[in-house]
Design a protein around this ligand. Structure first.
Ligand code: KG4
Ligand code: ZN
Length: 335
């Protein structure tokens, strides 16, 4: 079964064809990230306008790369929540029109379920149940994936998402947007022990909090300025990365130990972080759990992950009518 997946919840306009939820056939990503970088973050209206401009050609290219026509696909899957609502609606309306005109089923996909499904593209042998840290620009969840369409949230951030913390710290350090890759890059030549950053206290065993960490980085910058000096950017980037990756890995691994998870996974944009991947890999091996990490090309937003999850939603009977709406927020464990 061939599913066309369409994603437009942030600054990537993406479309892909995936066979049976597992095999990538084509994958096209158009992005406004360079333009967004001029403003130091995503400007929602710019994202929506670029989606309007890019979406038709992006979907056409995904079909062309697959050597397929719309008649050859079995269903059209689209991200309907959560995300920047003006951006989400572009994809939702495009998918509706396409599904209607081609007489194909329309399958709504939750963006974070999509991030998790990116793992199925990288690891054909991976099957639920597994434990997954989903960390993106807007969310940080520790999720028990019970089966392909059922989830339980064990922990979450009580303030900033992990990706958001990387983005804000990058801005404080004068590094470019998106912050994750630029902090990771600066950290390469830094000493992770140079700055002592706090370990935030948070209620809830598997919850995380990053706003205090972000403020601690800002305080270091202000302290240095008051002394007429400057922070060492690579050292502070490395110290921050070490702390945030350490917290995320520690929470995921303690949840894995407590629940006896046999399979431990990462998903979302922050799953591209090399230090986080290393810590989770090493820790899970010590626990005797198998580790599954998404390929770097499937960590950030893409259409393939929506097509992969779209397959499982479709097989479970989750289709929508032409009254489908987009939602800015929706928990991953919605029924
Ligand atoms: O999943 P994603 O592409 O979009 C959302 O759904 O939000 O995640 C984007 C986030 C951004 O905050 C970005 O800074 C972060 O993922 N990110 C990283 C890395 N690459 C992207 N964070 C840490 N290390 C990275 N290498
Ligand atoms: Zn995402």
């Amino acid at each position: 079964m061939y599913i066309l997946g369409i994603e437009s919840s942030c600054d990537e306009t993406a479309a892909a064809i995936v066979k049976d939820g597992r095999t990538l056939v084509s994958n096209v990503i158009s992005t406004s990230v360079k333009e967004q970088a001029l403003y130091g973050g995503v400007v929602p209206e710019i994202a929506s306008r670029r989606h309007c401009e890019f979406i038709s050609a992006t979907v056409a290219q995904a079909l062309a790369d697959a050597n397929m026509q719309i008649d050859d696909v079995d269903a059209v899957a689209v991200t309907f929540a959560p995300g920047l609502i003006g951006a989400v609606l572009v994809g939702v309306n495009f998918a509706k029109a396409l599904a209607y005109s081609a007489g194909k089923p329309l399958v709504p996909v939750h963006h974070l379920r999509g991030h998790i499904a990116a793992l199925y593209l990288t690891h054909p042998e991976l099957k639920p149940p597994f434990l997954c840290l989903v960390a993106s620009g807007g969310h940080s969840h520790i999720v028990q994936v019970k089966d392909y369409t059922h989830y339980a949230i064990l922990g979450r951030t009580v303030d900033d998402a992990a990706g958001e913390a990387f983005d804000k710290v990058a801005r404080t350090l004068g590094l470019s947007y998106p912050g994750g890759p630029s902090v990771a890059n600066a950290a390469k030549t830094g000493n992770a022990k140079a700055y002592r950053l706090p370990v935030p206290h948070v209620e809830g065993k598997y919850n995380v909090s990053f706003s205090g960490l972000k403020t601690a980085v800002l305080n270091e910058v202000n302290k240095a300025q008051q002394k007429g000096t400057e922070v060492n950017v690579p050292d502070l980037a490395a110290s921050f990365q070490e702390r945030i990756a350490g917290i995320l890995a520690e929470k995921l691994l303690s949840a894995a130990a407590d629940t006896g998870a046999a399979q431990v996974c990462l998903a979302g944009g922050v799953a591209a972080n090399g230090r986080l991947r290393q810590l989770v890999n090493d820790g899970a091996q010590r626990l005797g759990a198998k580790v599954y990490l998404p390929e770097l090309k499937f960590c950030g937003d893409n259409g393939a992950m929506i097509a992969a999850q779209g397959y499982y939603q479709y097989v479970a009977g989750h289709t929508a009518g032409l009254d489908l709406n987009g939602l800015p927020t929706l928990p991953i464990d919605y029924e």
